[in-house]
Write a protein that binds this ligand. Structure first.
Ligand code: NG1
Ligand code: ZN
Length: 545
C-alpha cells in the first residue's frame, strides 16, 4: 500500500467535522477537546513532514496550558526546542482545515512547496499534560506519525518545557543534556545545588517554598524532582491534582489576572509561595503581609531579579557581555522604568507571544525575556557561554572572578533555554534569593508596581482591531486610538492599550495608573470605547466595584 493510501485509511478513523475551521494561534491550536481529534492526527502528519524536512527530531505537545480542563490543544516544537516557524504554522492551519476528501492533496501541497524527500527518515517526540482528553488525543498524534511511516517516542506525561528540553537534547546529540526526564532532573538539580552552595547561613525557614501546582502536570513533576534537590529546598506542594480541578481557582494565570491567592493553598504571612500554570511553562510568586495584604511578584519582577543578579555577576567577573531584558506591552510601567533608568539595562518591547520575545532575546549576548504573566527564560549566546566557561575553568583568574564565573556557569545550566519553564525558573529564583540572602519582601521592594487592570471585551470580529508599535497603539478601527489617548489623559501616570487575543475570542484591554481606582476606571472606560467602536456584542461592559 502506498504511503498516501495508509494516510487516507488512518485519517478516516480521525475524521474532520465538515465546515469546522480552526487556526494555529499564538500557542498552537486550542479549543474544546471534543473538536481536536482530527487536528491531532494531522499534526502527527505535519510533524513527520517537518522532521523529514529538517532531518531532525520534532516535538508535539498535547496541552491547553492554563485553559479550563475541558479544553485541549497542540503545539509543534522545532529542532532546537523553539516554537515552529511561521510558514509551518500556516501549513498547520491549512492541513487542519482541509475537508476530509482534500487532506491528501493538502499534504502533497506541503511536500511539493517544501520539496520534501519522502524517503528521509522521521522522528517525533510526543508529550501530554494531565487532562483526561490528552490520552486519546496524544494517541491520535502517534497515529498520524505512524501513518506517514515516521518513528515516534511517547514521553507520556511531561511538562511542556520538559518536552522542549528533550527535543533540544536529542538534536544536539546530548550536548544540551540527556533526553530523559531523569536527565532533566539531574542537569537542573546539579546546577541548583552548586548555586546554593554559594549561599552562606541559609536557615531551614529560608529554604521553605509553597508551590501551587494548578492541579496539573507541574505538580507531578515537582514531586518527582524533589528527591534530587537534597534538602536544599523544602517544598510544600498544594493543588497537586489529587482532589481539585485543573486550573480551577488556582494556577499562575488565575493568580496573575485575579491578583489574589489561589484556593487550596495554606498561606502563612510573609512566606514565599509560587503558582505554576497547567503545563508548567509559567510561574508567578506572591506572599501576604502581616496585614493580610496580597503581594504579587510577576514575570516583570522575576526578570528584574534575574537580570540584576546576572549584571552583578558580569561586573564581578569582568566580563563585557551585552545583557538585555525583553518585555511586552503588558509589562508594568514601573518595571520598565526601573530597568532602564536605575539598572541601566537595554529593554526591548515585542508583540505578545513567546516566539517574539525569544527571537528578540537571541540578539544579545544574554537575553532575559519574560511576559508579565510569568512565561520566560534567559538565553545565552554561544560566545557568551564559551567566555563564561573559559573563565570558570581558567587557572589564572582570582578567586572573586572565578566565583562569579562559576555562578554564571551554573545559571546557564539551571535555566531551560529552550522555553519558559516553571520548574527551572523556580530553581533559579530560589538560588538567587539564597545566594543574595534576600527575602521575598526585599525582592518585592526593588520597585513598586503601578496598579493595573486587565479586562476582556467580546466583539463580533476581533480582527477589526489592528495594532502597531508592539501592540501599544491601535491602527483600526478608526477613532479608537484617539479615544484611548483622551481617556488616558484623564488619569495620572496612566497607560492603556487594546489588542485582539491570539488564544481566546476576545479583545484584551490593559490599563495602569497611579491608583487602583484610577486603573479600574480607565480599564472600564477603554472597554466601553472598544465595545462602541469595535462592534461589541452582548451587554455593555460594567464598571468594577
Ligand atoms: P493572548 O490570548 O494572545 O493574550 C495569552 C497571553 C500571552 C501568551 C499566550 C499563550 C496575556 C495577556 N496573554 O495570549 O502572553 O502567554 O496566552 O499562552 O497574558
Ligand atoms: Zn502554559
Amino acid at each position: 500500500m502506498s504511503q498516501f493510501e495508509e494516510v487516507s485509511k488512518q485519517s478516516s478513523l480521525h475524521p474532520k467535522p465538515p465546515g469546522l475551521v480552526l487556526q494555529y494561534g499564538t500557542a498552537g491550536f486550542r479549543t474544546n477537546a471534543k473538536h481536536l481529534d482530527h487536528i491531532m492526527f494531522r499534526m502527527g502528519l505535519l510533524a513527520t513532514l517537518r522532521s523529514k524536512k529538517t532531518q531532525a527530531t520534532i516535538g508535539v505537545m498535547v496541552t491547553a496550558s492554563h485553559n479550563p480542563e475541558e479544553d485541549n490543544g497542540v503545539k509543534l516544537i522545532d529542532p532546537m526546542g523553539e516554537m515552529v516557524t511561521p510558514t509551518w504554522e500556516g501549513y498547520a492551519t491549512q492541513l487542519a482545515n482541509a475537508e476530509q476528501g482534500d487532506l491528501i492533496s493538502a499534504l502533497k501541497d506541503v511536500i511539493d512547496v517544501e520539496k520534501i524527500n519522502m524517503s528521509q527518515a522521521a522522528n517525533v517526540f510526543v508529550g501530554k499534560d494531565t487532562r483526561s482528553s490528552s490520552v486519546s488525543l496524544a494517541q491520535a498524534v502517534l497515529d498520524g506519525v505512524s501513518a506517514l511511516g515516521g518513528h515516534s517516542k511517547d514521553y507520556g506525561l511531561v511538562t511542556t518545557p520538559q518536552l522542549h528540553y528533550m527535543v533540544c537534547c536529542q538534536n544536539t546529540q546530548g550536548k544540551y543534556g540527556e533526553a530523559t526526564v531523569e536527565g532533566y532532573y539531574h542537569k537542573l538539580s546539579r546546577a541548583f545545588i552548586q548555586l546554593t552552595g554559594n549561599a552562606s547561613n541559609c536557615t531551614d525557614d529560608q529554604k521553605l517554598l509553597s508551590v501551587d501546582g494548578a492541579n496539573g502536570i507541574g505538580a507531578l513533576k515537582v514531586r518527582e524532582m524533589e528527591r534530587h534537590l537534597k534538602k536544599e529546598l523544602h517544598l510544600s506542594l498544594f493543588n497537586d491534582g489529587s482532589e481539585g480541578k485543573l486550573n480551577h481557582q488556582c494556577g499562575a494565570d488565575f493568580v496573575k489576572v485575579q491578583q489574589k491567592p489561589p484556593t487550596g493553598v495554606k498561606l502563612n504571612a510573609g512566606e514565599r509561595c509560587c503558582s505554576f500554570d497547567g503545563d508548567a511553562d509559567r510561574i508567578v510568586y506572591y506572599y501576604t503581609d502581616s496585614d493580610g495584604k496580597f503581594h504579587l511578584l510577576d514575570g516583570d519582577k522575576i526578570a528584574t531579579l534575574i537580570s540584576t543578579f546576572l549584571k552583578e555577576l558580569l561586573t564581578q567577573a569582568h566580563l563585557d557581555l551585552k545583557i538585555a531584558v525583553v518585555q511586552t506591552a503588558y509589562a508594568n510601567g514601573s518595571s520598565t522604568h526601573y530597568l532602564e533608568n536605575t539598572m541601566k539595562v537595554i529593554v526591548r518591547c515585542t508583540k505578545t507571544g513567546v516566539k517574539h520575545l525569544h527571537h528578540a532575546a537571541q540578539e544579545f549576548d544574554i537575553g532575559v525575556y519574560f511576559e508579565a504573566n510569568g512565561h520566560g527564560t534567559v538565553l545565552f549566546s554561544r560566545e557568551a557561554e564559551e567566555k563564561i566557561q573559559q573563565l570558570a575553568e581558567s587557572s589564572t583568574t582570582d578567586d572573586e572572578t572565578k566565583r562569579a564565573a562559576r555562578l554564571l556557569q551554573n545559571t546557564v545550566n539551571v535555566i531551560n533555554q529552550t522555553v519558559g519553564d516553571a520548574i527551572s525558573d523556580m530553581l533559579l529564583i530560589e538560588a538567587i534569593l539564597a545566594v543574595k540572602g534576600m527575602t521575598v519582601q526585599q525582592w518585592d521592594a526593588i520597585y513598586s508596581d503601578l496598579p493595573n487592570r486587565q479586562l476582556k471585551v467580546k466583539v463580533s470580529d476581533r480582527r477589526v482591531i489592528d495594532t502597531t508599535d508592539a501592540e501599544r497603539r491601535a491602527v483600526t478601527p478608526a477613532g479608537l486610538q484617539d479615544a484611548i489617548d483622551s481617556l488616558v489623559k484623564k488619569h495620572r501616570q496612566a497607560r492603556s492599550f487594546v489588542r485582539p487575543s491570539g488564544t481566546e475570542d476576545v479583545v484584551r484591554v490593559y490599563a495602569e495608573a497611579e491608583t487602583q481606582e484610577s486603573a479600574d476606571a480607565l480599564a472600564h472606560e477603554v472597554s466601553l470605547a472598544v465595545y462602541r467602536l469595535a462592534g461589541g456584542v452582548g451587554e455593555e461592559p460594567k464598571p468594577s466595584h
